[in-house]
Design a protein around this ligand. Sequence first.
Ligand code: CUA
Length: 324
Amino acid sequence: MKLPFFPEQASAMAQQVDAISLFAVSISFVAGVGIVAVLTWLGLRYRRSHRDEVGSAGHSSNLLEIIWSVIPGIIFIGLFFWGAKIYFENYRIPPDAVRYYVVGKQWMWKYQHPSGNREINDFHVPVDTPIELVVTSEDVIHSFFVPALRVKRDAVPGRYSTTWFEANRTGTFDIFCAEYCGAEHSLMIGKLHVMEQHDYEEWLEGNEPAQSLAMSGAALFEQNSCGTCHRSDSSARAPILDGIYGREIALLGGGVIVADDAYIRESIMNPQAKVVAGYQPIMPTFQGQLREEEILELISYIQSLGKKAESRTEAAAAVSDEGE
Ligand code: CUA
């Protein structure tokens, strides 16, 4: 559907969002025009034509009242479920989505590809691939907005917001910051380059990164001597990180938390907040020592440790269970 008041569509989601918007606008338009038409007609038909005319009390019709309550009721409830369906599709990340990081900063957008490639403002992605975006900010609140995808997510300092998209056509599309963030807010723009799979791979090779995100994370892990405590031997003073990503962790003082991006970030910046059961709160904070992108690299590294030592972590969990 080509309507000049919608931006171009570059994803199936964009078509769905436009369809429901168009439906809501059409219903409002039809109802608005209908009401004005009926109002005008009744005004003319029953206008007072003599000075001494007096209005009558009129009659009510239950049938009419039921009709004009039930029909809009069904339409609005339908609209609610339709909207909810699109909302959930928009917020539920497909399990096969590839993860990219987006960091907003006064006044630019920085991207990290899983391969380790980095970009500023220009963002290259493959077509027909579900892409998860983890969006955060290094300073103030920004909002990552790609009108052609109908994707908009706030970049909030200290928080990881996720969204996803799957572009269904190649091309170059606008990226905006949609949250006023200071003097150069209007210059905080970029271009999304949706490429054929092989073109994207060529592009990645042509801009070969020194190392992947996880490898950069491993280097940071080394530099900051994280391994001094997070050692995979029994005398370690801190939890083993192998296989910890995405798992439920028992906390000191009770409670359980999933070791997701947000928890790992918090544990780096504010280690005392949620200490793992069986350990002492001895870790120093890395607040102010790591940039947001470096934290993301560390998270990628921890994620890459994968399920290598699942059995070891389980053994550790069993030990901490006994201790309770
Ligand atoms: Cu960043 Cu507006």
